[in-house]
Design a protein around this ligand. Sequence first.
Ligand SMILES: Cc1cc2nc3c(=O)[nH]c(=O)nc-3n(C[C@H](O)[C@H](O)[C@H](O)COP(=O)(O)OP(=O)(O)OC[C@H]3O[C@@H](n4cnc5c(N)ncnc54)[C@H](O)[C@@H]3O)c2cc1C
Length: 434
Amino acid sequence: MVHGYKGVKFQNWARTYGCCPEMYYQPTSVEEVREVLALARQQNKRVKVVGGGHSPSDIACTDGFMIHMGKMNRVLQVDTEKKQVTVEAGILLSDLHPQLGKHGLALSNLGAVSDVTAGGVIGSGTHNTGIKHGILPTLSHPVAPEKQCLNFTRIWFGELVMNTDCRLRSAFKTCLQYVLAWTHAVFPFAFCRGQVLDNLDSHLKKSEYFRFLWFPHSENVSVIYQDHTNKPPSSSANWFWDYAIGFYLLEFLLWISSFLPGLVGWINRFFFWLLFTRKRESSNLSHEIFTYECRFKQHVQDWAIPREKTKEALLELKAVLETHPKMVAHFPVEVRFTRGDDILLSPCFQRDSCYMNIIMYRPYGKDIPRLDYWLAYETIMKKVGGRPHWAKAHNCTRKDFEKMYPAFSKFCAIREKLDPTGMFLNAYLEKVFY
Ligand SMILES: Cc1cc2nc3c(=O)[nH]c(=O)nc-3n(C[C@H](O)[C@H](O)[C@H](O)COP(=O)(O)OP(=O)(O)OC[C@H]3O[C@@H](n4cnc5c(N)ncnc54)[C@H](O)[C@@H]3O)c2cc1C
C-alpha cells in the first residue's frame, strides 16, 4: 500500500504560491498511482499532480491529495532509429539531458530551466523560441496503448490525468545532439523598431532560435541569436556573472529600489551595460545554451500574441511606462517566437505567436508593487488577442478563455467526459472551467 504523508506544505519554486495538501504521496509506479486515485474516489477527495513545482502560479496547488511525481523518473526506452525517448513523467529534464546524450540525442528545444519535469513542461505548455519550433508539448505524444488520450489535449494542467495512464509516461521526439552558438547584438530601441520590429520575418529566418530583450525605462535592446554550429563548445567568461558578484549586487540594488523606486530605471540601464555592451559569444551543447541558473525568485507574466502584433504590443507597453513614470518594471521584457500548432488549449493554437514575458523580482523574498504594471500589460495583451501562459499567474476566467480559444468548448467536453466528478480540479482550474 502506498504511504501518504500528512502535514506537508507545498510551495512553488518562487515561493509565491503554496498549499497544505490533506495527503501527500510520492508513488513509485503506475499501480501506486492507481491506489491513490482509488482512495481519492472512495473518500471523495480531489487530486493534483505536481512535478518540479516551478510554475509561477497556483496551478499545481491543492488542499486535497497531492501526487508528487519525483519517484517516477526513469527513462523507459530510447529508440535511436526513430529518435524517440519514452520517459516516466516525473523525470527532471536536467536528468534527461545526460541520458539522451549517451545515445547522441537531445531535445530540439527547451525552456529556460531544466529543474522541471517532462510532465510539467508538457502539461503547462512550456515554450522557448524559434519560429520553426512549436511549444514543448508539440515534441510529445501519448504513449500507446492509451489511444483515448487524444493528441490535441496534450496540454492538461494535471487535469484529465489518470483516467488514462498516458500522463504518467511520455514519448518525446528528439534529434541528434547538437552544439549551439550564442551571440548577440545591441541596438537602441528606435533602431530595433526599424531593423527588428519592421523586419521580423527576416530575423526569424536568419536565426533559428531568435529572441530579443528590451530593458524597460531605457532605450536598450539586446538581440540574441542562437544557431547550430560545427564549432566545438567554448565560452567567453563574464567574470561579473560567472563569479556571482552580479547576482548579489543586483539583488541588493533591487532591494534598495523597493524603497526608492526611481532607482529601477538606473538599475536596468546599469545591468544592460554590464551584461551586453561587451561582445560575448559562446558555443555549447544545446541544453547548456538554452537554460541558465536562475537565482532570483520572481513574479512573471507571459502571454502569447499573434506574431504580427509584436510591434504594436511592445510599443504600447513602452508608451504606458513612459506616460506613467511611477510604474516600475524590472528587466528584461523578453520577446520570443513560436510556431502555431493544433493543440486545443495551446496559446499558439492555429497561429504563429510571439511570447512577451514581463518580470518583477522579489529581492530577499520581498514583493515589489507590480499591480499597475501587471494590469497595463494584461490590458495590452488582451487588446491584441493574447492568450496567457497556463503556468504563469493571470487574471483570466472562463469567459475570457471562451473568447480566446476557438476550441474551448470542445476541450471542456473532453474534460467533462474524462473527469465527470471534477476530481482533478483545483481553485486555479475552477476559474478556467467554471
Ligand atoms: C526560473 C523559471 C524559468 C522558466 N522558464 C520558462 C520558459 O523559458 N518557458 C516557459 O514556457 N516556461 C518557463 N517557466 C515555467 C515552467 O516551464 C513551467 O511552469 C513548467 O510547468 C514547470 O514544470 P514543473 O515540472 O515544475 O511543473 P509543475 O509546476 O510542478 O506543474 C505544472 C502543471 O503540470 C501538471 N503536471 C505536472 N506533472 C504532471 C503529470 N505527470 N501528469 C499530469 N500533470 C502534471 C501540474 O498539475 C500543473 O498543473 C519557467 C519557470 C521558472 C521558475
